[in-house]
Design a protein. Structure first.
Length: 115
């Protein structure tokens, strides 16, 4: 089985930046997959944040467009999500997976933005 592994979260103040990382563990890599980042807050479903296809143009939710940049390096088996000018509403647990949820969900990485 292939597991998603997220890292890079933390506690930052409003206006700060974080760079989240997504990789896999097990017998599989991100290669040829469209990779999505999601955010989840207590009591709510995971919501789409950004995605990067295996080939093509990234996509961003309205909540982060202009503040986020998603990138990938298949040789390093890693997808990064950089979010700048962080806002309190960016707070949540961030998860990555394929569009179809092909990986087993990881534990996510917590992002906390305080005033």
């Amino acid at each position: 089985q292939v597991y998603a592994v997220e890292s890079g979260g933390g506690s930052v103040q409003v206006g700060g930046s974080l760079r989240l990382s997504c990789t896999t563990k097990g017998e599989g890599t991100i290669r040829l997959y469209d990779i999505h980042w999601y955010r989840q807050t207590p009591g709510k479903q995971r919501e789409f944040v950004a995605s990067i296809p295996a080939f093509g143009i990234p996509d961003y939710s309205a909540s982060v467009v202009g503040r986020a940049a998603i990138s990938r390096d298949d040789a390093q088996n890693t997808v990064w999500l950089q979010i700048d000018n962080l806002k309190p509403e960016d707070t949540g647990v961030y998860y990555c997976n394929t569009r179809a949820g092909s990986f087993a969900w990881g534990q996510g990485t917590q992002v906390t933005v305080s005033p």
